[in-house]
Design a protein around this ligand. Structure first.
Ligand SMILES: [Zn+2]
Length: 164
């Protein structure tokens, strides 16, 4: 159910996204989509693995496996990515990180994060906290579809805030 909702979100929001899924991404840039369904808010983020791990292939040694585990821990806490105001509660998450099952023929690989939140009444804004630790990330192409607005923005370390 969660996956289906997110697939719809992807269809809705990513059809005009600057980077189609099968094209090479641009290092330093990612895409973020948000959609509201009453009190449920869905988030989907895609980022070059290079910006979060420093490599894009499947892990080849213990240090790289350790890096992936640390990143999974970090992304497991949505506060490390986004903070809503008023606060929302993370109710579901799916992380996709480079792993052994992935073909090494890809020159680029993305890290994908999908969250579902339960939010109180009126979410007025959100702040992207990922810029504070993903220091090579300088642009998030962001789109949202909420009960109040459908819009897009270019979020940066200097302007990491969304007003809904
Ligand atoms: Zn790449």
């Amino acid at each position: 159910m969660f996956r289906i909702a997110l697939s719809l979100l992807t269809l809705l929001l990513c059809s005009t996204a600057p980077q189609a899924q099968h094209k090479a991404h641009t290092h330093g840039e990612g895409t973020l989509s948000l959609a509201q369904d009453n009190s449920d808010w869905y988030l989907e983020l895609a980022l070059p693995a290079m910006d979060l791990l420093g490599f894009e292939h499947a892990p080849q040694n213990t240090a790289q496996k350790q890096k992936i585990n640390e990143l999974a821990d970090r992304l497991g806490d949505s506060d490390n990515l986004i903070r809503f105001s008023p606060d929302c509660r993370l109710t579901e998450k799916v992380l996709e990180l480079p792993d052994q099952h992935r073909s090494d023929h890809h020159h680029h690989s993305d890290i994908s994060v999908q969250y579902r939140f339960s939010c109180p009444g009126d979410v007025s804004n959100a702040r992207l906290t990922i810029f504070t630790w993903a220091t090579s990330l300088h642009l998030l192409h962001t789109q949202w579809l909420t009960q109040k607005s459908t819009a897009s923005a270019r979020l940066t370390p200097e302007q990491p805030q969304i007003e809904f």
